[in-house]
Structures are given as structure tokens and as C-alpha cells.
Design a protein around this ligand. Structure first.
Ligand SMILES: Cc1ncc(COP(=O)(O)O)c(C=O)c1O
Length: 485
């Protein structure tokens, strides 16, 4: 048997060492040092996160560092190892329970191991092949039809399957290009996130390798409470938006092919725009024959309190990209929209091995069944108010908790520097301290914004318990900050 070669020589060493230094300062976190391995004394980095009294979790973290490329994960100071999950709860191998305030990364909208979803899913897939490439199943046709009916908008006419948000966005862009091949300019709203990959990466952030991409401003309201300020009123905002769009139209007459945006900036730090802004983009695209693509990979299937964010924001996009909650964890996405645009792609031009496979279609149907059977949207709206109140309580009581932004069950809490630590360090400490209290948060958005996005099935007592754990964790951080002053 060939010997296992230890990869991970010493690339990224500095970054890991910095992380180790930071983590070693954190309570109860014993940083693993960089160790020398094998007779050639090559540098091997073991897992940077090791947490006291978690021997089994620590072993998984160590093995992950050895066998899984770190590029696969975003960096998180906790690296929770999940042994099993139910509803909004996650358990680690040491049988510690955590309330999940992440839904994965806003994927498991129905929570974990939802009994009705799982039962429907199993029933749909029973007896079906693992793949249906180049063939059809009745399930696929049913899933497409149910999804279109559920989208319930006259522009939502057919679907194009994909297997990740990135490929969904790429396929939407490709279809829009093929639909109007004489127009080459792609407008994208600045600071968005559509993936790091390919064409989707080209319209992410604020700089692009693609010479055809032009950026538009996206309003960044710092706090939900400021949303009604004059500067965000349609009377002030809309003329600015129109001026920007019209300037681009003058610069590129008859050359603007599409505009891609998302309902809110998630990865950039949870910025939710005034509704009038997105409506204006949509209207301008309608008036100018520009394909309007709304990336709902993250916001679909109830996140904002409506089934789709285009309903929350009163929009009628030409194409909408759906992901994450669409399959409740099954890797499936879809582009839905105008048939004349999607059908501009010919046979095979948007194909891949996995898209639209039976398991993906079963998940789509089982998710829709569950939304029909259970009051998920109503619950989301009710829990939204509880989360909002709890987050504002944190800003009232802790000086490092500064701004609250969000809607439905997708919230951001911005934190600031405190007790000699930077905002980024405080945000990481919040994630760690919440972990120690039994609350799972993902790595901070944009460095210093905590993401609060529990499954939409969270109950009132679970939401309040999670917020209480956050409060206790923040008390601890406040105390630590005081002792360092
Ligand atoms: C709005 C949005 N678009 C696209 C993507 C990319 O999706 P995926 O990670 O499934 O490729 C994400 C992922 O977080 C997202 O939030």
C-alpha cells in the first residue's frame, strides 16, 4: 500500500500562525502549534482550532486539517464538529448541544431532520435511479411544474437546473448573453456576492476581471432604524439611481445586456436596501430591454418572510436564481424565468452531470410540500420580531454591539472595537463565546458582522433561549474588555 503523503507543506503558514496567536489568547482555546512531521522535517500545519474537553472533535479537526484542503471552508474560530442534528439543535461528538443560528449557511430553512420533509423526500426518491442524465423522470417534470406554479409570476415560465448557486448564476448570465448576443455590457450592483467562481465571480465585489462588467451603487443603510431617514426616501434615492443608470446608458447605447443584483447584500455585512431601490432597477431594465436577474440563492424559500424575496420587495425579475433553501440541504439550484431568455441556450449548452437529478427534484418537491403543510412563513414573520427585539437589546446594553440590520430570519449585528481589541477580534470572540455558551454562529460577515439566521421553524422559546445565550456571551466579553482596560 502506498504511504499516505502528507500534504500541506507550509503554504498559508503566516495566516495560520496569526490565527493561532489570536486563538491562544481566547479563553479555553488551546492553540495547536505548528509541528514538524516526517523525517524530511517538512512543515505540516495541524488544525488551528483545538478546544478544551473536546477530544473527539479535536481529532476530527486535526484530521480535517491533514486531509481536506482548507480552501474548502471559510475560516471560523470554532470549527464545530457536528455529530447529529434535529430541528434547530446540533450536537457535537461530546454530546454538547448547540442552538443553530446559521441554518448551515442559510440552507436548512426547514431545520435539520424535519420529519415531514424527510418522509416526503424518501417517498419521492424510492426506486428512482441515482442519476437521470440524458433521460427524464416524471419527478423532474413535476418538480419543474410545481416550482413554476409556486413562483406564481407571469415571467416565471420555465426552469434551468443547476447544482450550486455559482452555476445557477453562471447559467443565468449565459442565457441572458445568448438572448441578446449583440449587447455585451453586464451591470452588477457593487459589493454583492454571487460566488467566487467564473462568471459569477466576475460580478461579485467591486472589481472585475471581466472587461464587460460595470458597477452600480447599492444603498447601504447602516441600521434598520435608519431606513426611514430622508436620505433613503424614494424622493432622494431614486433620482440618484436613475442618474447613474442613465449615465451608463449614454455611455453604452444599445450595449447593456443585463443587470444582476441580489435582494440584500449578505456576505458584505447584511445590508438591506429600501424597496424603492430594487423596484427602480427592475423598472429601468423593463423600460430599456435589459434582462433583470435577481440572485435569490440565499433569500428564497421564506428567508425574508415571503416565499421569495422578489415578493417581499415587489419585483418581477426576468430571471431569478434560487438555491440553498430550495433543497433544504440537497445540493440543488435553479434559474427560473422567461422562456424566451432561457430557451436562447440550445441543447446541451447549460448541461452538467448532476443538475436536475432525482434526488434534487425530490428535495424541491418535499420542500414545497412542507411549506404547504406547515406554517413556515407565518412562523418566520413572528420569530423575526423576536430576533429583532433581542438584537436591539444587545445594542442597548453592550457598547461594542452597534448596528442591527435584517428582515425575516436573516439578520446582521455589527460589532465594533472594544477593550483594546479591533472590531474583527471582538466579532470572532463573540462567535467563540457564543459557542462556549451553546450557540452556533458562523464566521462573521465582512469581518465584524454577526449573522443570525436560524432555521425558519425555530420556536419562540428556542429563539429566546438563543438570544439569551448571546446575551450571556456578550456579558462575558464585556467583562473581559473591562479587565483589560
Ligand atoms: C446570494 C448568493 N449567490 C450565490 C451564492 C453561491 O452559492 P453556492 O455557494 O451554492 O455556489 C451564494 C452563497 O452564499 C449567495 O449567498
Amino acid at each position: 500500500m502506498p504511504a499516505i503523503r502528507h500534504r500541506r507543506k507550509h503554504s498559508g503558514f503566516r495566516a495560520d500562525r496569526d490565527a493561532l496567536c489570536f486563538l491562544s489568547k481566547c479563553v479555553n482555546i488551546r492553540a495547536y502549534t505548528v509541528c514538524l512531521k516526517d523525517e524530511k522535517k517538512t512543515m505540516t500545519i495541524t488544525s488551528p482550532v483545538q478546544i478544551e474537553n473536546e477530544p473527539q472533535s479535536n481529532e476530527s479537526r486535526r484530521l480535517a486539517a491533514e486531509f481536506i484542503s482548507k480552501g474548502h471552508k471559510t475560516y471560523t474560530p470554532t470549527q464545530l464538529v457536528i455529530q447529529h442534528a434535529q430541528g434547530v439543535y446540533l450536537w457535537n461528538p461530546e454530546e454538547r448541544r448547540f442552538i443553530d443560528f446559521t441554518s448551515g449557511v442559510l440552507v436548512a430553512n426547514l431545520g435539520h431532520d424535519h420529519p415531514y420533509f424527510e418522509e416526503r423526500y424518501r417517498r419521492y426518491v424510492k426506486g428512482l435511479p441515482r442519476t437521470a442524465y440524458n433521460t427524464l423522470t416524471e419527478l423532474e417534470v413535476r418538480a419543474a411544474r410545481r416550482l413554476i406554479e409556486n413562483l406564481d409570476n407571469e415571467k416565471m415560465q420555465c426552469v434551468l437546473w443547476a447544482d450550486s448557486g455559482a452555476t445557477g448564476v453562471i447559467k443565468a448570465i449565459q442565457a441572458a448573453q445568448r438572448h441578446q448576443p449583440d449587447k455585451h455590457i453586464i451591470l452588477a450592483t457593487r459589493s454583492g456576492f454571487h460566488s467566487t467562481k467564473g462568471l459569477a465571480g466576475n460580478v461579485t465585489g467591486e472589481q472585475s476581471r471581466n472587461p464587460n462588467v460595470r458597477w452600480l451603487s447599492f444603498p447601504m443603510v447602516m441600521d434598520k432604524g435608519q431606513a426611514s431617514n430622508l436620505e433613503w426616501s424614494p424622493a432622494v434615492l431614486i433620482p440618484k439611481v436613475v442618474a447613474e443608470l442613465d449615465a451608463l446608458k449614454r455611455e453604452y447605447p444599445d450595449q447593456i445586456c443585463m443587470l444582476i443584483t441580489e435582494p440584500y447584500l449578505g456576505a458584505r455585512g447584511a445590508f438591506h436596501p429600501p424597496k424603492s431601490y430594487l423596484r427602480q432597477l427592475n423598472d429601468w431594465c423593463n423600460e430599456n430591454g435589459v434582462t433583470f436577474i435577481l440572485d435569490e440563492v440565499q433569500s428564497c424559500h421564506g428567508r425574508t418572510g415571503s416565499m421569495y424575496a422578489f415578493q417581499t420587495y415587489g419585483l418581477d425579475p426576468d430571471l431569478v436564481v434560487l438555491g440553498k433553501g430550495l433543497g433544504n440541504g440537497e445540493p440543488v439550484t435553479a434559474v427560473a424565468g422567461r422562456a424566451d431568455i432561457l430557451d436562447a441556450l440550445d441543447y446541451g449548452e447549460a448541461h452538467d452531470s448532476y443538475s436536475g437529478n432525482p434526488r434534487a427534484c425530490a428535495a424541491i418537491l418535499a420542500v414545497l410540500d412542507t411549506f404547504e403543510k406547515c406554517p413556515i412563513l407565518e412562523n418566520c414573520r413572528q420569530m423575526s420580531a423576536i430576533i429583532e427585539e433581542g438584537l436591539y437589546r444587545l445594542t442597548a446594553d453592550f457598547e461594542f454591539a452597534t448596528y442591527v440590520r435584517g428582515e425575516g430570519l436573516v439578520w446582521g449585528l455589527e460589532v465594533d472595537s472594544y477593550g483594546g481589541k479591533t472590531a474583527g477580534e471582538i466579532a470572532n470572540e463573540c462567535v467563540l463565546e457564543c459557542y462556549r455558551h451553546g450557540l452556533h454562529l458562523m464566521a462573521p460577515l465582512a469581518g465584524n458582522v454577526l449573522r443570525i439566521a436560524p432555521p425558519l421553524v425555530i420556536t419562540e422559546s428556542e429563539a429566546k433561549a438563543g438570544l439569551q445565550l448571546m446575551y450571556q456571551a456578550f456579558e462575558q466579553i464585556a467583562k473581559m474588555g473591562k479587565t483589560q482596560e
